[in-house]
Design a protein around this ligand. Structure first.
Ligand SMILES: Cc1ncc(COP(=O)(O)O)c(C=O)c1O
Length: 348
């Protein structure tokens, strides 16, 4: 006997990367966090929060944060919706748009949560495979007829990105919504902000978890035409973003200079790390994100993943056939990279 719907009983739950206890002595390169601290202005905003502010419910529509995003992007706040991480916004999208007879479509391999959320919603799923170079399979995505089509751009776990012109063509060929998940766009050469202004069916998702070093705060936002934002907001939890996230997130977003400095540093480290792996004879996919997908020459990724973990270095290995011989490694500090490469040298 089960208390749950059959769709939940048969669901493969999303398994996040390992989060060791605070203070554990590991080099953590498995969940694409930022190795640098958040903006000093965000830290000051956090320190200034009074206990009395926590006694009351937060602003249900996170106006302080949304105004900060709107100001930095030169948009009206009606185009912005805040979420408890971009995962919360993904939940709102799947909940409000998909369902039985309303397919969810995405290329694979990609962010696994799309599949999990569609499963909960009992929506049909169409997975369109990438080729080995991770070129976006536009024709297959367009033909699948999604009520909701997800493209993570840059993609995870490949780090590769499709040009905005390709995404524009895809948006034009879809009757449903195209969600461009830009969790990693701050580390890329381009983004789709111009596209969302000009297409009625495009939604962009962004997060403060990666570029702003605030994964623990849980804060993300959607950018879409006001009519789409209104529809999504109907299914959100009443107080989905806490008062601390609203205040601290606004300060972090307004400190654009800090975010840019950190991003530039990570992009520089990404280039060096990619060159180091290439020199070792590993395949490195061209990354526009804060991580690298790499394939060891002997293809023994699962074993290396375990051996690195035994050395206190956490990287990500996905238990999926298309990714079995690869590792995804977050770009960290130069010191973390030295530990990683030293451990690999000892193992190999
Ligand atoms: C492609 C992609 N989208 C969304 C998320 C979720 O980010 P958040 O921390 O904002 O929920 C992640 C996190 O790893 C991701 O890789």
């Amino acid at each position: 006997m089960s208390f749950f719907r059959p769709a939940v009983d048969t669901l493969r739950p999303y398994v996040p990367g390992r989060q060791p206890a605070a203070g554990a002595r590991v080099v953590k390169l498995n969940t694409n966090e930022n190795p640098y601290p958040p903006s000093p202005r965000a830290q000051a905003a956090l320190a200034a929060i009074e206990a009395d502010e926590l006694r009351r419910y937060p602003d249900p529509v996170s106006q302080e944060f949304r105004r900060a995003v709107a100001d930095t992007l030169d948009l009206d706040p009606a185009w912005i919706l805040a979420g408890n991480g971009s995962d919360d916004l993904l939940t709102m999208l799947v909940r409000s748009v998909s369902g039985p007879g309303r397919p969810v479509v995405y290329p694979t391999p990609t962010y696994v949560l799309y599949r999990t959320l569609a499963g909960i919603q009992e929506a049909p799923v169409v997975e369109v495979p990438f080729d080995d170079d991770f070129v976006l399979p536009v024709a297959g995505l367009a033909e699948a007829g999604g009520a909701l089509t997800f493209v993570a751009n840059p993609n995870s776990p490949s780090g590769t990105a499709a040009p905005v012109s390709t995404l524009a063509g895809l948006a034009d060929s879809l009757d449903g919504l195209l969600v461009i998940d830009e969790a990693y766009a701050a580390f890329a050469d381009t983004d789709a902000l111009d596209l969302v202004r000009r297409r009625p069916n495009v939604v962009i998702l962004r997060t403060l978890s990666k570029s702003h070093g605030l994964a623990g705060l849980r804060l993300g936002y959607a950018i879409a035409p006001p009519g789409v934002i209104e529809g999504l907001a109907k299914v959100k939890d009443s107080y989905n973003v806490g008062a601390v996230a609203d205040r601290v997130g606004a300060a972090a977003i307004r400190d654009t200079a800090h975010a840019q400095r950190v991003v530039d540093r990570i992009v520089g480290s990404r280039k060096t790390l990619a060159e180091q792996f290439e020199r070792l004879g590993w395949r490195v996919w061209p990354s526009q994100a804060n991580f690298l997908l790499v394939r060891p020459p002997a293809g023994d990724a699962a074993r290396l993943h375990r051996q690195l973990e035994a050395c206190g270095v956490l990287v990500r290995h996905f238990d999926e056939p298309a990714l079995a011989d690869t590792l995804r490694i977050t770009v960290g500090t130069d010191e973390q990279h030295a530990v990683l490469l030293d451990a690999l040298q000892r193992i190999l």
